[in-house]
Design a binder for this molecule. Structure first.
Ligand code: ADP
Ligand code: ZN
Length: 519
């Protein structure tokens, strides 16, 4: 499949920036017309794995699903997103059926949801053939397993339907045990071996690391130099940065090219081909570089800027080490990244609910970036996968040095509250450090009880504390107040002394190093 077409649909129809774990590979296989059995946890995003390929393929995709309510929900969501879809169930009215049949006859409908009972009527297969069915997707495929708790006798007819239509079938379930799998393969695929996707989300061969961004260009060059001769990707937040960094890497004697959506199609293709072919080439890219890339021996992925969500992070680092050999991922992040990502969400024009969800996805990534324990435990936890400390992340290599930061956190929160959430980090730090700047005096902030309570820390240390507070979502900049920091829901319990705050000490610079006010 064309990778670009898949990502474009993902963004434009579903509004997602990236695939969840496993989705990309499954979408690709289904779109290519392979027989597929995919086992994904509930909530993992199975429906996208047959809905998106249906739009990439010609003809009609038939979806068998056991629950009428669920089918109608999905049809409603697809229709709202501009996709022609319908459900053929016993709950339909005559008018609904008439409209549906018309859409099918005209070939407009891309996805037809079918209740399994419908398979019992004799004309169904012939009708589906007439309507141009080119693929079957089966949701909750374990319903075909005779001894399972969800057995649905009508599911036994699906194998027959597949044989009559002679089209590929993709089966989805969250039930992973081997017996059920074997039964699904036997009954739905008639024993023909489908491509099975069963991997957990973990990619244990990828070493995970996060580090503070202090001198980004130097950090990228040093990291790449130590991996000279090994293929890698450097992801950047902007197009211009990819050009600048690629140039800097070349000047440092490395082989590097830039890649972004602003390049001519020919230039993009050329870059992809070079990357595929050449040993040890570095591609400095925006997120536009991805889906189409199928190079198994990418040894490292570096994020020069913080990705926008855990999903994006996971998908991008997942390009490394597809051959199963050791690979590395390092993400640079700093307060500027957090501010940028927040404002992109706030100013993005999405509906309020979507913005809230996007902030949540960003928070989850920041939580991993500021994690005091194993990164992999935090990452997999986000996808509801349990794991023990991995031994292959920076925090496992060297346990983070943490401290109880409840007191300094409360000082900042209190300063925010007493100044009515109208100020940025610099001014708040001036207040807690007790510095009588013009602005402090003009607003009488030297009269506040919080003025000068934080002498124990110097400015650079306070900056690291405030950044961790942003990372832990205790504070959020408000774009409608020029980025003034405001309290979040999480701040209340800390202010009231009901909740403690733990922070990393190792990201605080030693005291006395930072006395200037400039970040
Ligand atoms: P399942 O059928 O596996 O239980 P769904 O298909 O209902 O899961 O998806 C679960 C949730 O995940 C839905 O709210 C869906 O919108 C969301 N989701 C699916 N794919 C993505 C993605 N790539 N990025 C963000 N959210 C996603
Ligand atoms: Zn670990």
């Amino acid at each position: 499949m064309s990778g670009d077409a898949g990502s474009t649909l993902l963004r434009e129809v579903w509004g997602f920036d990236s695939f969840r774990p496993g989705q990309e590979e499954i979408v690709r296989a289904v779109a290519e017309g392979r027989d597929v059995l995919a086992v994904m946890p509930t909530g993992g995003g199975k429906s996208l794995c047959y809905q998106l390929p249906a739009l990439l393929r010609d003809g009609l995709t038939v979806v068998i699903s056991p629950l009428i309510a669920l089918m109608r929900d999905q049809v409603r969501a697809l229709t709202a997103a501009g996709v022609e879809a319908g459900a053929y169930t016993s709950a339909n009215t005559d008018e609904e059926n008439e409209a549906l049949r018309e859409g099918l006859r005209e070939g407009r409908i891309r996805l037809l949801y079918l209740a399994p009972e419908r398979l019992a009527s004799s004309g169904t297969a012939a009708a589906l053939k007439r309507w141009g069915a080119t693929a079957i997707a089966v949701d909750e495929a374990h319903c075909v397993a005779q001894w399972g708790h969800d057995f649905r006798p009508d599911y036994l007819r699906i194998g027959q339907l597949r044989a009559e239509l002679g089209v590929p079938l993709a089966a989805f379930t969250a039930t992973a045990d081997e017996e059920t799998r074997d039964e699904i393969i036997e009954r739905l695929f008639g024993g023909r071996e489908p491509l099975v996707f069963l991997r957990g989300f973990d990619r244990p061969n990828i070493h995970l690391g996060f580090t503070l961004k202090d001198s980004p260009r130097k950090q990228v060059i040093d990291y790449a130099k130590r991996r000279k001769g090994r293929a890698g990707i450097v992801y950047c937040g902007t197009r211009s940065k990819t050009e600048v960094l690629a140039q800097a890497l070349r000047e440092a004697g490395l082989s590097a090219i830039a890649y972004h959506a602003g390049l001519e199609p020919d230039a993009r293709r050329l870059a992809e081909e070079r990357f595929q072919r050449e040993d040890g080439l570095i591609v400095v890219a925006t997120v536009a570089f991805g889906m189409g890339v199928d190079k198994p021996d990418i040894r490292w992925v570096m994020h020069a800027d913080l990705p926008k969500s855990v999903e994006s992070y996971y998908q991008e680092i997942g390009r490394a080490g597809r051959d199963g050999l050791p690979a590395e991922a390092l993400t640079l992040y700093g307060p500027e990244d957090i501010r940028l990502r927040r404002s992109q969400i706030d100013e993005g024009g999405a509906p309020e609910a979507r913005k809230l969800a996007d902030h949540g996805r960003l928070n989850a990534l920041l939580g991993i970036a500021e994690a005091v324990g194993c990164r992999r435990v935090a990452l997999l936890g986000y996808f509801d996968e349990q794991a023990g400390p991995c031994g292959a992340c920076d925090n496992c290599d060297q346990p983070a040095d943490v401290f109880d930061a409840t007191t300094p956190a409360r000082m900042v929160l209190s300063a925010v509250r007493r100044t009515e959430e109208w100020f940025g980090a610099q001014h708040l730090i001036d207040i807690v450090m007790g510095i009588e700047t013009e602005k402090v005096i003009a607003r009488s902030h030297n009269q506040l009880p919080t003025f000068g309570v934080g002498q124990e820390w110097d400015r650079k240390q306070w900056q690291a504390i405030v950044r961790q507070m942003l990372g832990q979502d205790l504070l959020r900049p408000d774009p409608s107040r020029h980025g003034a920091l405001r309290l979040t829901q999480l701040a209340g319990p800390v202010l009231r002394g009901e909740q403690t705050v733990t922070m990393r000490r190792d990201v605080l610079p030693p005291k006395g190093r930072g006395t200037t006010r400039d970040e």
